[in-house]
Design a protein around this ligand. Structure first.
Ligand SMILES: [Zn+2]
Length: 390
């Protein structure tokens, strides 16, 4: 199943329904025996029993485990510091991050922070590189979206409330363990939002100033899988073929952003998350929806490639690119993503605030990677359209 897509992912990935049962063996293969592991998991994921199989597999392999579950969505720097301290106290050999992107990001950051004495915030925006002795990380996603299991970057929240990121090659997980059965309990609206996050990763990385030759194969394979299987995963949550396709697609899209990065939808989407507390996947999905017409017009070639992977047909790049925004909008609606943001409490009056947040320096790398210039007036226009959307 999905051999060609798994071949694109290459090494550092273990996939299969029930694969979580091999976690203990994977740890021992990398850390030796007897190993000591900090298991970082979302509290909700632990409460749902999703850590049980991991703990059993680790215990059966003779691994000493301490579990750390103080992880919220958009994790706090203080939580990373606490996880790093737990790793030091345990004298951990390896950190496992099990959960959504937040748990995996905390595991990655904690592995870096634990190797030094400075707090997490001092590593933000690459101010301070991590040392060489970071702990190896195994990532076990329980959503199919963020791709954090494949990347060397992390997003977290400062004590001031600012969203920060950090980036370091030695914090890319040594193994992404992809078990689709861990995602079957995800409710439809989160299946849709996280799947759209993966789609946006794939589309943005393929249409960025930072796009590299190695970006295209994983990005376009992810788009093909998501177009076909996300609606199935939303309709039939226990369909393991669809869940398999989506967990592979999210990893492919993660591999794609690791080389190609993200663009405007992640700049504006992070702002929408900050000011309106809208779920990350929905935020970036709605942001790309308003940015796509201008993006496609400015760069028809790359957008025509995306359109073909999205199943659209036509010989003219310009025609394909100009038809992509409508097809993308229809797909968001097909998977049930809510388009209006009334539930966030935001109105078109908040456009200045939203655009101001999106123009902040921490969002500049993504904004500037877009294949057209986006300065304040354009951002304000996008924010207005987003907040008025129905
Ligand atoms: Zn994202």
């Amino acid at each position: 199943m999905f051999e060609s897509e798994l071949a694109i992912l290459g090494e550092g990935v273990a996939f299969g329904p029930g694969r979580i049962d091999t976690l203990g063996a994977e740890v021992v293969a990398r850390a030796g025996a007897p190993a000591r592991v900090l298991l970082v998991a979302d509290a909700g994921v632990a409460a749902a029993g999703l850590t049980t199989a991991a703990e059993t597999s680790l215990a059966d392999a003779g691994v000493t485990v301490r579990i750390f579950t103080d992880v919220r969505s958009d994790p706090l720097a203080a939580q990373i510091d606490a996880a790093a301290q737990a790793a030091r106290d345990l004298n951990a050999d390896l950190i496992v991050g099990l959960g959504g992107g937040s748990a995996v990001d905390v595991a990655k950051m904690a592995a870096g922070v634990a190797s030094g004495s400075a707090p997490a915030e001092s590593y933000a925006l690459q101010c301070d590189p991590f040392g060489e002795n970071v702990l190896p990380i195994i990532a076990v996603p329980t959503t199919a979206g963020t791709g954090a299991e494949m990347t060397q970057s992390m997003v977290f929240t400062a004590g001031s409330g600012a969203k920060l990121w950090s980036d370091a090659g030695n914090l890319r997980p040594v193994l992404a363990l992809l078990d689709p059965e861990l995602t079957v309990s995800l409710p439809a609206h989160l299946t849709a939002a996280t799947g759209i996050d993966a789609l946006v990763h794939a589309m943005e990385s393929a249409t960025s100033h930072r796009t590299k030759p190695q970006t295209h194969a994983p990005a376009l394979a992810a788009i093909r899988l998501i177009r076909r299987y996300l609606p199935v995963a939303v309709r039939e949550p226990t369909n393991v073929e669809a869940r398999s396709a989506m967990i592979i697609a999210a990893a492919l899209a993660g591999r794609a952003i690791d080389s190609g990065g993200t663009t405007i939808a992640h700049a504006l989407g992070h702002a929408l998350g900050a000011v309106g507390h809208v779920h990350h996947g929905r935020s970036v999905g709605l942001s790309l929806r308003v940015a796509l017409p201008g993006n496609a017009e400015a760069a028809p070639g790359p957008h025509a490639e995306v359109a073909r992977a999205f199943g659209m047909e036509g010989s003219s790049d310009t025609d394909l690119a100009s038809a992509l925004p409508a097809a993308y909008d229809a797909f968001l609606r097909e998977v049930g993503l809510r388009i209006d943001v009334a539930d966030s409490g935001l109105t078109p009056e908040d456009a200045e605030r939203l655009a101001g947040e999106a123009m902040k320096p921490e969002n500049a790398p993504m904004r500037k990677a877009t294949l057209r210039p986006i300065e304040q007036p354009e951002m304000l226009g996008l924010a207005r359209v987003l907040l008025a959307a129905t």
